[in-house]
Design a protein around this ligand. Sequence first.
Ligand SMILES: Cc1cc2nc3c(=O)[nH]c(=O)nc-3n(C[C@H](O)[C@H](O)[C@H](O)COP(=O)(O)O)c2cc1C
Ligand SMILES: [Mn+2]
Length: 501
Amino acid sequence: MATEVKPVQAMHRDLRDFLRAVEAKGELKQLKGANWDVEMSGIVELIYRDGKGTRPAVLFDETPGFPKGFRNLFGTIGSPWRIAKALGLNENESQIMQVHENWYQKSKHIKPIPPKYVTTGPVMENVLTGDAIDILKFPIPRYHELDTGRFFGTQHGVIQRDPDTGWINIGTYRSMVVNKNTLALHAVPGKHGNILMYSRYFPRKQPMPVVIAVGMDPVLWFLSCQTDVPWGSSEFDAAGGIKGEPIEVIKGQFTGLPIPATAEIVIEGEVVPGEWVDEGPFGEWHGYYGNRGLLTVPEPVIHVKALYHRNDPIFTGSVPAVPPHTFTFFLGVADSVAIRKRLEEFGVPGIKGVWSHYTGSGGLFNVISLEQMYSGHAKKAGVVASQYPAEMGAITVVVEEDIDPSNLEQVLWAVVTRCRLDRQVDFISGCHTNNVNTAIPLKEKRSSDKPVPLTQARMVIDACRDYAWKDDWYPITRVSPGLRSQLFAKWKQILTETGVI
Ligand SMILES: Cc1cc2nc3c(=O)[nH]c(=O)nc-3n(C[C@H](O)[C@H](O)[C@H](O)COP(=O)(O)O)c2cc1C
Ligand SMILES: [Mn+2]
């Protein structure tokens, strides 16, 4: 019987409430005077990749040319502690694999709670319609030096309705500023927002209502940008389940769509079938301009009908770059838990842990640790996990229970010592990929005006001792559990000073 898991701490009410906890924990850096034009994102990119220690949330204020109080926030849930805090996990257990384990346990027991409609909320403190709409009143960043545009949506949710079933989806699909009341929407094939647009609205020549929310509750943001909420299920309901109470929403006057009541900045708008604009280029999550090189791609246009924002609004952004970056670690937690659950649903027993390394970003290097129970067990786990919806060719490594899947040195040690390379490495060709794949030459992507159906192989490395003779394997030179506890008791000080304990 599934037992109900209660949040171990009271959860935040909204982004601002969450930020207060982040500041109290000492994980918020506040900076003044940075420019929106590649300076803010450049600072954040350097801190997240090249910095040492905890990666803070970074809040900018007093941006040249903008009123004091119009702030920019990056890296909201960019550290293990902030992920645990945002998801209502035990915040005292903030080692990344503990966060994985705690989210895995909690996510198995979540019961969806639908949103609650309210008549108003903080996001309605400022309401702009008609000529008053100007999305450039906020210090919207230009993120990378080769980007030509500014992006309203990089840490946001795009809210759409299935006109046939009423299902409400939220997804993070980047949204480029075209002008003061127009955006472009980049939702790639396979994403719920793309399917809704191209299969429900465009064939019927119907305009598609859309809401974009920036500065949402961190729980909604976490869910809107990861793939573990299936087609037909609403991220709003899942977010209510995580929080243990409904997300409050206001019915949009132009779209009828739910507007998160405590979001910082929201637009209501409409996508008109047949209207296109050149979108991009934008530096991507894997650290390249992968799309079709630096070329722009025609994307649907959003006409903004209303703009709402809180007083002293906090604009939230993500900074994709050569990893690790602002969304590396929380997507690692989200993807590794999703893979673990899929493996269990498929009936693969003995899983001890999974970690999605973001060395290449996007779940492209996944490690499964398991206790081998039968011949072919490790191979089965690797092949099943290899089909997790990564967008580029991914590598899956299966290791045994003595290896920490998040520790690359241990993982590589297992690969080079336990894997008989001519028998335990497989390539599966013809698997799904798309335009962002940087291993596929540009000329193959440009060979047609229409999107080219692209495939890429998966690689599965079984780095477990051969099941047939694993019990006769060479003895391992590692302090035994018994000697370990004796040493911990007798030599506690030195082992603590050196970080072993
Ligand atoms: C910071 C960030 C930016 C993203 N940008 C895009 C994007 O521009 N287009 C896209 O299709 N997916 C993008 N994604 C991935 C989707 O948000 C993700 O796959 C999510 O599951 C989509 O929601 P859906 O499952 O409801 O389609 C992004 C993810 C993150 C974390
Ligand atoms: Mn979805």
